[in-house]
Design a protein around this ligand. Structure first.
Ligand code: DMJ
Length: 673
């Protein structure tokens, strides 16, 4: 028992305790008693024996430890909780399936029953994949971003790339549809077309889009702004008076129909994309989606509808990634195919796209050489996109056939070919102008499009340029301008169509692709001539055709113009070549020349109420005689090349990735397999 007297008498901090044993406690004395009751009592006695100060210190220490314990428990509670939960989740995790990633535990399926077959992957099918945004349409889903104005300047010589942070949504799209490449074109196998043949096994991706510009676009400059302003003005006229029709008649505020297929609108689609005119593009897209119908009883020219409509739709598809344009391209492509059903496989010039019939012009069974040999880029690309070889087969056959034909003169071709016999007709006349021009252009461009492997095309091109040098090149007086004339039955004519001004650009493109430097020299000389066809004329605008003076005469310039030739149709060829020349040389004079031309278009062809007009007389500045027609190529080509000419961004339609068709619609260069 505890004795208070003894406790009080005992000195503080003694190491022994005096105890009085109770009888029970004595039981077993001398033996070890470890009962709980005994230990409790013993502790209590010890406690009582402590001084008040000692007890206070001990109590304080206990209290302190208790408080610390509570605090640390609270702060450690959360990790513990999550650890606990994590381990639970771990227990629920499904077996890993290659390629299948569970996006979020919240969408995990209910825990499986103990007897569920975990190795049976289809069991997972009820689990919905993470919801992806729908495939975006239009300008936001870019292969090439429309130019923005808020980014730093990148000069044409600055080849370093600013890598753009890939947008998450684009990645997701890639997950959803493996056919979409990052900033690339949508390549969707066409369910409705025939299964791919053994030659073209499956739809291919465009070559250039894989590494397409993961960089900030260059801001547009003042001259480009002026092009945008010109485009908007032209578009206003078209929208106000000719919407959905082929061509604007800006003076009579009406329109003209050729095929009745909204030619100007389709030709202008990719220009709007490149100029960054999103609103206009969206509006035009709606028209294509809702109103463009090819099932019409109408005769169209195979060449014109291929380069403008098929080409325009394909390039817009590539730039925007919007499959609407591919669908429309397939539709028109299929409807044009009857043109190839001829005895010789040389296509007829005209096709009724509603009836599926084709025919030559009423007065002849000939087709134009340029026309049958300048539809290849478009049909080949259509085959590549659809996996249907019939398009490519048809146009390749034409090229192979023309390759073997006699009647050429050192690679120069006559202007006509018969659809029955497959032979050239009207032999002996050679020109780089109307009816032959784009044959030469497409030899080179097909070779480039196909990855520079089709040697026959290159051979024919090289031979033809040698033929040009040998038979058609002359120098004018007094300025000694190099020009390309014509040959008719052995007689040289110093006549040159404005159309021939595509040639400097094409020669420069060939030189850029590794052909002889001579071609570049010739390109430099010829573009100077084409510029003089503008500069030497009163309005500063070129006529349709010029005749060069071969002999110096007092008071005469190099360029002579006949009354029947002094019209200007707002054609693109010189601006087109200026664009190539500037891209490949960086010489600013080409931009300055283009700027002059734009200003003169504005001065003499702009109609105040909207639109631009062809004129009848480039020699009369006080009355250029407006013709009341805006050709679709003014928006499809002239203004597009103008905009690209003023750009210092070599990646704005990179010429190592794209090849322009003859209507200025860029198509991808195929990546070698
Ligand atoms: C366009 O349709 C094409 O450029 C074609 O190759 C020639 N004619 C016009 C432009 O001048």
């Amino acid at each position: 028992m505890y004795s208070a007297a003894a406790a009080a008498a005992s000195p503080p901090r003694r190491d022994f305790i005096s105890v009085t044993l109770s009888p029970e406690e004595a039981v077993g004395a001398g033996g070890y008693n470890n009962s709980k009751a005994w230990r409790r009592r013993s502790c209590w006695r010890k406690w009582k024996q402590l001084s008040r100060l000692q007890r206070s210190i001990i109590l304080f220490l206990f209290a302190f430890l208790a408080v610390c314990g509570v605090i640390s428990y609270t702060s450690m509670g959360e990790p513990w909780k999550s650890l606990t939960n994590k381990s639970l989740d771990d227990q629920r995790t499904e077996p890993e399936i290659p390629g299948l990633k569970l996006a979020n535990p919240a969408v995990l399926p209910a825990p499986q029953k103990a007897d569920a077959n975990l190795g049976n992957y289809p069991e997972l099918s009820p689990q919905k994949p993470p919801k992806l945004p729908p495939v975006r349409r239009g300008p936001s889903n870019l292969q090439i971003k429309p130019p923005r104005r808020d980014v730093r300047l990148k000069t044409r010589h600055d080849t370093s790339r600013v890598v753009e942070e890939p947008v998450k949504a684009d990645k997701e799209e890639k997950t959803e549809k493996s056919v979409i490449s990052w900033r690339g074109a949508v390549i969707e196998p066409d369910q409705s077309t025939e299964p791919p043949s053994s030659k073209i096994k499956e739809p291919e991706k465009p070559s250039s889009v894989e590494a397409e510009d993961q960089k900030e676009p260059v801001p547009i400059n003042e001259r480009q702004m002026a092009v945008i302003e010109a485009f908007r003005h032209a578009w206003k006229g078209y929208k106000d008076f000719a919407w959905g029709h082929d061509e604007l008649k800006p003076l009579s505020k009406s329109y003209s129909e050729w095929f009745g297929l909204g030619l100007t609108l389709i030709d202008a689609l990719d220009t709007m994309w490149i100029l960054g005119l999103k609103e206009e593009f969206e509006e035009a897209r709606k028209w294509v989606a809702n109103d463009l119908v090819f099932d019409k009883n109408v005769d169209v020219n195979l060449f014109e509808s291929t380069i403008r409509i098929l080409g325009g739709l394909l390039s817009t598809y590539h730039l925007s990634g919007d499959s609407l344009f591919l669908e429309k391209a397939k539709d028109i492509g299929n409807r044009l195919m009857p043109a190839f059903k001829t005895p010789s496989k040389i296509p007829y010039s005209d096709v009724n796209i509603g009836r599926g019939t084709a025919h030559p012009p009423r007065w002849t069974s000939d087709s134009t050489v340029a026309e049958v040999t300048s539809i290849q880029l478009e049909f080949r690309e259509l085959s590549r996109l659809t996996g249907d070889e019939k398009f490519q087969k048809a146009v390749d056959e034409v090229m192979k056939h023309v390759h073997t034909l006699s009647g050429k003169n050192d690679g120069l071709v006559p202007m006509f070919i018969n659809t029955n016999s497959g032979q050239f007709t009207h032999l002996g006349v050679y020109t780089l102008g109307a009816r032959a021009d784009s044959y030469y252009e497409y030899l080179l461009k097909q070779w480039i499009q196909g990855g520079k492997k089709e040697n026959e095309l290159l051979e024919d091109y090289m031979r033809a340029i040698e033929g040009v040098k040998k038979h058609l090149l002359q120098k004018s007086q007094p300025k000694k301008l190099t020009f390309v004339g014509e040959l008719a039955h052995g007689h040289f004519s110093a006549k040159m169509d404005h159309l021939v001004c595509f040639l400097p650009g094409t020669l420069a493109l060939g030189a850029h692709n590794g052909l002889t430097a001579d071609h570049m020299k010739l390109a430099e000389a010829l573009i100077e001539t084409c510029y003089q066809m503008y500069a030497q004329v009163e309005t500063g605008l070129s006529p349709e055709i010029v005749h060069f003076n071969l002999h110096a005469q007092k008071g005469h310039k190099d360029v002579e113009i006949k009354p029947a030739d002094r019209h200007n149709l707002l054609r693109p060829e010189t601006v087109e070549s200026l664009f190539y020349m500037y891209r490949f040389t960086g010489d600013k004079k080409y931009q300055d020349w283009g700027w002059e031309i734009l200003q003169n278009f504005n001065k003499y062809t702009r109609v105040p109420t909207g639109g631009y007009t062809s004129i009848n007389n480039v020699q009369n500045p006080s009355n250029p005689e407006p013709r009341d027609k805006m050709e679709s190529f003014f928006l499809g080509e002239t203004l597009k090349y103008m905009f690209l000419l003023f750009s210092d961004d070599i990646d704005l339609i990179n010429l190592d990735k794209y090849v322009f068709n003859t209507e200025a619609h860029p198509l991808p260069i195929w990546v070698p397999a």
